[in-house]
Design a protein around this ligand. Structure first.
Ligand SMILES: [Zn+2]
Length: 268
């Protein structure tokens, strides 16, 4: 999929550079292959960076870190619900009496509507993570809108709350993903720190990657599922989570739901 997206970016850059070049040539009669290549490379780099870099402003702002949240962190879980792991995570959060944000996939929510309801009833936040985790950069505006709206409708139906946050699958975007998310009432968000927990690197590694880089204003990305895979194993995260939370508490961190952090940072 990355190859396809890069190929599309190359093609679009080639066409755009060609158009710019033809216009310049018509106006001034001037032509240089070197300048064509420079325009092409710059356009290509912009498109590829804007697509894959979640912090990039090229395709619009996403909230990925708080500059104003002193000693606050926000724990987020993507790709659920996925049982029994989501329930186990909810129990851990309850034990520590902290709140988190769950970016739910619509297709997974259909499998576990009770868990979606439980997330909301336990006063955690539910975000929208698309309907079936399709990567969006090569999808049409209509497809993107459908992915977001269908999932928000579903979450509202089963849990009684409509998501106010949207996180694109893998954080990959195109020029219309952020705009459509906002039209659907969602703030586009990303994350500060990901620990690649879906690769099953081991409990110790998940803990060390998290504690080694956590800081004030951090949006921590963890996973209670893995895309739309049926019942992937998230047990390493479940074992790592209590230790991560305990250590963060000892360091004096506050735990905010993501929309609370966004409000505190004055971004909404
Ligand atoms: Zn995801």
């Amino acid at each position: 999929m990355i190859f396809k997206i890069v190929l599309a970016a190359n093609l679009i850059s080639f066409i755009l550079s060609g158009i710019v070049f033809i216009i310049i040539r018509i106006i001034s009669g001037w032509f240089s292959l070197v300048y064509f290549i420079i325009i092409f490379l710059i356009t290509d780099a912009f498109l590829i960076y804007g697509t894959f870099e979640r912090k990039s402003l090229i395709f619009g702002k996403t909230f990925w870190k708080s500059q104003k949240s002193d000693m606050a962190i926000s724990i987020t879980f993507d790709d659920g619900p996925n049982e029994p792991y989501t329930s186990q995570i909810l129990n851990i959060l309850d034990t520590f009496n902290i709140k988190a944000t769950f970016f739910v996939i619509g297709e997974n929510a259909e499998l576990y509507p009770d868990i979606v309801r439980k997330i909301a009833n336990n006063d955690h936040e539910i975000g929208n993570h698309s309907y079936n985790h399709e990567v969006l950069p090569l999808k049409s505006p209509a497809f993107t809108k459908n992915q977001i709206r269908k999932t928000s409708d579903l979450i509202e139906k089963v849990a009684g709350v409509r998501p106010e946050l949207f996180r694109a699958p893998h954080g990959w975007r195109n020029p219309w993903v952020n705009l459509i998310a906002k039209e659907e009432g969602c703030t586009p968000v990303a994350w500060t720190l990901g620990v690649w927990d879906t690769d099953h690197p081991g409990v110790e590694t998940i803990i060390n990657r998290t504690l080694g880089k956590i800081q004030s204003g951090c949006v921590l990305l963890l996973h209670d599922g893995r895309g739309t895979e049926q019942n992937p194993d998230s047990s390493q995260l479940v074992r790592a989570l209590p230790i991560i939370i305990q250590k963060c508490k000892e360091k004096g961190y506050r735990f905010l739901k993501l929309s609370e952090m966004i409000k505190e940072s004055g971004k909404r």
